[in-house]
Design a protein around this ligand. Structure first.
Ligand SMILES: [Zn+2]
Length: 240
């Protein structure tokens, strides 16, 4: 199995490519259940990008670019090789996404445009990389900022498919981003987008050129499956 290394489109959003990002050539573990890890940058677009140009780059960064004045999706690292936004276990995440935002302990979700971009990327990652639109826990259950947190060490990461937060990933990771994120809101938005975009590398079926073509196919089938006498009568009629 090979995964499309680069996305170009996620829902209505272009996926822009940013070069010059240091990354590892280590491959991800394709035998692990398809999983993704979502992070929050805890900083703005420019500051986060400057960090990822030095180290810790995820596959994708999503959010409001204050310089360009718009929400963007950029891909920094090709899928198939590991992202580097976890301390370790990076090989268990087919996709890692850093979203511009700040973790909260109260229930929260991204602003509408950022949420639309994240949901679009989730839908694209389901289609392209098999990552289901689900998380092993309900909203409100998330890891705390310690590597010893029992939640994050309960064994789901590497065993279950779906989306995880950094706070759901085991020791020695201790970051708790994105905190009390309302994942169900994002999954619902992604479900609405899912299935409405082509899968990379899969040819799109062409529509039949016209109704006549369908009729011709039916006629050919009928002639081919007719008995000998009927077939002879049809051939005689066509020749006339
Ligand atoms: Zn993180």
């Amino acid at each position: 199995m090979t995964l499309a290394p680069w996305l170009t489109k996620a829902g209505a959003f272009d996926v822009e490519h940013v070069g010059g990002i240091p990354h590892f050539n280590q491959t991800i573990d394709l035998d692990a259940p398809p999983a993704a890890v979502l992070h929050t940058t805890e900083g703005n677009w420019a500051g986060s990008m400057s960090v990822f140009k030095q180290h810790y780059a995820p596959h994708f960064m999503v959010g409001y670019d204050e310089t360009e004045g718009r929400v963007r999706i950029v891909q920094l690292v090709q899928v198939g090789t590991i992202g580097a936004a976890l301390v370790t276990h990076n090989w268990l995440a087919r996709v890692q996404v850093e979203v511009i935002g700040f973790s909260k302990e109260t229930p929260w979700v991204f602003d509408d445009e950022t949420a639309a971009a994240v949901a679009s990327l989730m839908a694209a990652c389901k289609d392209a990389y098999g990552i289901p639109l689900s998380r092993p826990w309900p909203d409100g259950v998330y890891g705390k900022a310690t590597a010893l947190d029992p939640h994050r060490n309960a064994g789901q990461f590497g065993r279950d498919a779906g989306w995880f937060g950094h706070g759901d990933v085991p020791s020695p990771d201790s970051h708790w981003d994105p905190g009390n994120l309302q994942w169900s809101v994002l999954f619902a938005k992604a479900e609405a987008i899912d299935g409405k975009q082509p899968i990379p590398g899969t040819p799109v079926a062409l529509a039949r050129p016209c109704a006549c073509a369908a009729l011709d196919q039916d006629l050919i089938y009928a002639v081919e499956h007719a008995d000998a006498a009927t077939k002879a009568a049809i051939m005689k009629a066509l020749a006339a």
